[in-house]
Ligand binder design. Structure first.
Ligand SMILES: [Zn+2]
Ligand SMILES: [Zn+2]
Length: 392
């Protein structure tokens, strides 16, 4: 019994580390130990490691580590792409080696052996499309068309030149410091894809997220059906109740069934839990990006809007308090000449002080969810009207 519980503890710890690393900065984890683990994993552990390297091997070794970090984080590199291939390929090979022997099973028909190859291949094709396609690089040849296609809103996008590319940076574009180019309708630079996500490949990126979410769900469900089929074929419940006299109730059977599952099918359980956790993470990320597509916003713009709303609220609050101060000064000077107002009058006059103006997010690119979605599926630069556009 020791080994299965060790596996469960190992699986739980892995899940905690993965969730903390990927989601520890989400607002729901604020102030929790998940956020603390995230801080440690993302910055604290690295700082300690650098100090350790410096203390044990000197400044040269520390500079070497910093150089590797710069290559991994600030330069285009295929490290995470290879990691993705290793995870997908490794998981599929482990599933083939450990679980295909149960297919066909009581609940799982033989065609899942072939369907699994097809769905994994489609996932790999979407990965390649997102990784190796042009995200919408802005060049001196197409800049005028992009400027014309995306008008400046003069709120979060104002007309200015990119200091590196020396061309006007169209609204919604951003200069990616990793790829060293301006990308139209820039969403973010994706390390997993080693590519920017922009105007032309957001469709592949969202399809990739959606497909991998469904792929992981599919794997987890099939593994669960394999386990359920084995329980049925091996007549575990029948043997437990008839031969071992276990009480035929959920509370009576659960510990014995769990013990059998962890002893015989711990690999399938771990794989199903792993796929389930990845599916949840991908599902959340995918839902966020679908929401962005439907509202015609990008990740880059959502940060810009956050900043804009934060500063506008501050400005409005300052303006409102200045107005209150002005009103109280003029009230004090008039009080000297007029008789003191009643308490009721003072109470109501307070409610007349200028309230803070609400901050409105006016996204001019939002043209209704159907057209927004269509803009992602068929980017503006791939439409016939785009080549006819001129900014002047
Ligand atoms: Zn640029
Ligand atoms: Zn980039």
């Amino acid at each position: 019994m020791d080994v299965p519980w060790l596996l469960v503890a190992h699986g739980s710890l892995t899940a905690l580390v993965v969730v903390s690393f990927l989601c520890g900065q989400w607002p729901i984890f604020e102030g929790t130990f998940v956020q603390s683990i995230n801080h440690f994993l993302t910055s604290g552990a690295y700082r300690h490691f650098l100090r350790l390297v410096q203390a044990s091997c000197g400044n040269g070794a520390r500079d070497l580590v910093l150089g590797v970090e710069q290559y991994c984080c600030d330069r285009p590199n295929p490290i995470l792409q290879l990691f993705y291939v290793a995870i997908i390929g490794g998981s599929y090979i482990i599933i083939v080696q450990t679980s295909f022997k149960y297919i066909p099973g009581y609940y799982v028909s033989v065609w899942h052996r072939y369907l699994s190859i097809v769905v994994v291949s489609i996932g790999a094709i979407l990965f390649a499309l997102t990784s190796f396609s042009d995200p919408g690089t802005v060049t001196s040849e197409n800049v005028s068309q992009y400027v014309s296609a995306y008008p400046f809103d003069n709120i979060i996008f104002v007309e200015k030149e990119c200091s590196t590319c020396k061309i006007i940076r169209p609204a919604r574009a951003k200069h990616c410091r990793i790829c060293d180019r301006c990308v139209a309708r820039f969403d973010h630079h994706c390390g997993w894809m080693n590519n920017c996500i922009g105007e032309k490949n957001t469709r592949y990126f969202v399809a990739f997220l959606l497909w991998h979410f469904l792929l992981c769900m599919y794997g987890a469900v099939i593994l669960a059906f394999i386990i359920a089929g084995e329980l049925k074929v091996k007549k575990v419940i029948y043997i437990l109740t008839v031969y071992y006299g276990v009480d035929n109730s959920f509370s009576g059977l659960f510990p014995h069934v769990a013990q059998w599952l962890l002893a015989v099918h711990n690999t399938q359980i771990l794989l199903a839990v792993f796929l389930g956790i990845i599916a949840l993470l991908l599902g959340g990320f995918c839902a966020y990006h679908v929401h962005l597509c439907l509202s015609n916003t990008t990740t880059n713009e959502s940060f810009k809007w956050q900043d804009y709303i934060f500063w506008m609220k501050k400005e409005n609050a300052a303006r409102a308090s200045a107005a209150v101060l002005k009103a109280s000064i003029s009230g004090a000077s008039s009080e000297a000449q007029e008789p003191a107002p009643s308490k009721w009058k003072t109470f109501f006059s307070r409610s007349q002080t200028p309230a803070e103006e609400p901050v409105v997010k006016n996204n001019i690119y939002d043209v209704g969810w159907i057209r927004n979605l269509w803009e992602v599926i068929v980017p503006l630069s791939e439409r016939r009207s785009f080549s006819r556009r001129k900014s002047d």
